[in-house]
Design a protein around this ligand. Structure first.
Ligand code: ADP
Ligand code: MG
Ligand code: MG
Length: 520
């Protein structure tokens, strides 16, 4: 993506902006963000006078001042691949034998995966009662420049990872698109190097509606509650969550359904206190809000925005809580099996060709649909770190002080901050017990072309070269036994941007910022 491609050939995009223009834009963005819920809770502070002791403060989320450019065909490709990705991960989730094999390969070095699998086995032994499963997914990509395609430049989306649990930022992403639209209409034309709003092609983003639509589809498919009970949805959250409004925007959308869908936020650590299982064959999940202990709610859908990493399971009680939810009749988003389908090990196995002609994909989906054809193109090289021939080759590359620079080493973890990059890999591996190496995968680094932008973070403006990561959401509801897919939609998108020197891009983890797409 060239710096100035696609806008007006003679103009630099984003434009140069002077000191006073910067001050004006910063004020405009800060106020718009607070006015429209493009906000997060402030980070905890050690300075007592600055502490938000009553939990009443919100601060603007970090954003770019201008939408970043993305090649139109790459953007379209990402959206086009999503339905096939939804089907693929629904099918993988249903394939217990396949997942058992994956778990077996990483279990020696990974207690978290071992414990998740144990939850599945416990529930399986007494029998799952809920046949439906909901996935609110996000497939993440970077645009890789492919010089072999002429006339160029040609950008091919390459998948960074596929998220099957707590895929966040849909709420803030839609707000960021609206912010950039507002700026394009009202502010960019006023700048000294004016960019007319008409010259920017800013695509629509329905992520909030579409993800809420997935929850609504599951809520409706759940059927009728027990007598004297009202159906509800539970958002299972972290007590310390800062990214609250991102979640609230989905909740507000569910209130727009007719009739409105009741939503409750339950902290993972409160599950065993606030919910119970009905003593019936189905084991419905019953909930009474703490402010109204007489309230008789039956949970139709549990939307998990927590429970994705070991930090959410500090004690045995937390595992008991996860097992309690998994045993229930509520539709889980996700189930334990769907969560495991989102491990990087699964991504590696799916992307590894079996032979030059055959791939494992055909075991899960029809490979000749237009969506599946796009899906296939998004694969990049990912290697196992086991003792197979390919694995041993990968180990050699990972330990080589020069070759290792083109790779990232990933454990089976979510939420950012867990990967080991480039030249840090050899020393890290040498510090690991041999038996743990299998639980990692080695992935080629995708190298997107940098562009220029301004990032507004904590009221301060950073200017420089940035790279972007596109996330495409998917909503999918399926029957675990029959495989019937009841709902399958591409569900909007997300663009996150980071300084091109930064390895990680997570917004919540403090590395990246929110952005939106300007089509080139
Ligand atoms: P997580 O599940 O923790 O988000 P990711 O696989 O998404 O893990 O990795 C975190 C970040 O690391 C990504 O957002 C991206 O910025 C960077 N990253 C991961 N894999 C690659 C890759 N193959 N090439 C370039 N950057 C990568
Ligand atoms: Mg990620
Ligand atoms: Mg992830």
């Amino acid at each position: 993506m060239g710096l100035d491609a696609g806008i007006e050939p003679s103009r630099l995009y984003p434009p140069e902006i002077g000191e006073q223009e910067r001050g004006h834009l910063i004020q405009t963005v800060k106020d718009w963000s607070i006015g429209h819920g493009l906000v997060v809770r402030p980070p905890p502070t050690v300075i007592a006078a600055e502490a938000d002791t009553r939990g009443i403060t919100a601060v603007p989320a970090p954003v770019t001042l201008f939408p970043s450019g993305l090649a139109r065909h790459a953007f379209r490709q990402g959206l086009a691949a999503q339905k096939a990705y939804n089907e693929l991960y629904a099918a993988v989730s249903r394939d217990e034998k396949f997942l058992a094999q994956i778990v077996k390969e990483v279990i020696d070095g990974d207690d978290f995966v071992r414990d998740l699998w144990a939850v599945h086995e416990t529930v399986k032994s007494e029998g799952y009662t809920q046949p439906l499963s909901l996935g609110l997914f996000r497939s993440d990509y970077m645009a890789h420049h492919d010089p072999s395609i002429q006339p160029g430049p040609f950008y091919q989306l390459k998948q960074v990872e596929f998220n099957t649990i707590a895929a966040s930022f849909a709420g803030l992403s839609v707000r960021t698109c609206q912010l950039h639209n507002y700026l394009a209409k009202t502010q960019y034309p006023l700048l000294q190097q004016a960019t007319s709003g008409d010259t920017l092609d800013l695509p629509d983003n329905k992520a909030i509606e579409k993800l809420a639509g997935g929850i609504e589809a599951a809520y409706n498919a759940y059927g009728a509650p027990q007598a004297n009970h009202t159906k509800c949805v539970v958002f299972l959250v972290q007590g310390t969550e800062r990214n609250v409004w991102d979640q609230r925007h989905l909740e507000y959308q569910l209130a727009q359904a007719s009739p409105p869908i009741p939503v409750f936020r339950v902290a993972f650590s409160d599950v065993l206190r606030q919910t119970r299982l009905a003593k019936t064959e189905k084991r419905q999940l019953l909930y009474a809000p703490p402010f109204n202990p007489e309230g008789n709610f039956e949970v139709a859908v549990i939307y998990m925005r927590s429970g994705y990493g070991p930090g959410d399971y500090p004690n045995q009680e937390a595992w008991t809580a996860r097992c309690h939810l998994e045993r229930s009749y509520a539709i889980k988003c996700p189930s334990v099996l769907t969560q495991l389908a989102g491990t990087k090990k699964v991504q590696q196995v799916l992307a590894t060709p079996r032979t030059s002609k055959e791939s494992i994909l055909s075991e899960f989906i029809k490979e000749d649909t237009p969506s599946a054809v796009e899906l296939r193109k998004t694969f990049t090289n990912i290697f196992p770190m086991d003792t197979s021939d390919v694995g041993l080759e990968a180990r050699e590359k990972a330990l080589d002080p020069v070759l290792c620079r083109d790779y990232v080493l990933k454990p089976q973890r979510e939420g950012g901050g867990n990967n080991i990059y480039g030249s840090a890999i050899p020393a890290y591996l040498k510090g690991l017990p041999d038996a743990h190496w299998n639980s990692y995968i080695l992935m080629e680094l995708i190298k997107p072309s940098p562009s220029r932008n301004f990032i507004l973070r904590n009221g301060r403006l950073e200017e420089g070269n940035v790279i972007s990561e596109l996330g495409v959401y998917g909503a999918c509801l399926w029957h675990r036994d029959t495989g019937e897919v009841l709902h399958n939609e591409e569900a909007g998108w997300l663009l996150r941007t980071k300084g091109n020197q930064s390895e990680e891009g997570g917004v919540a983890a403090g590395f990246g910022c929110m952005d939106s797409v300007s089509l080139l």
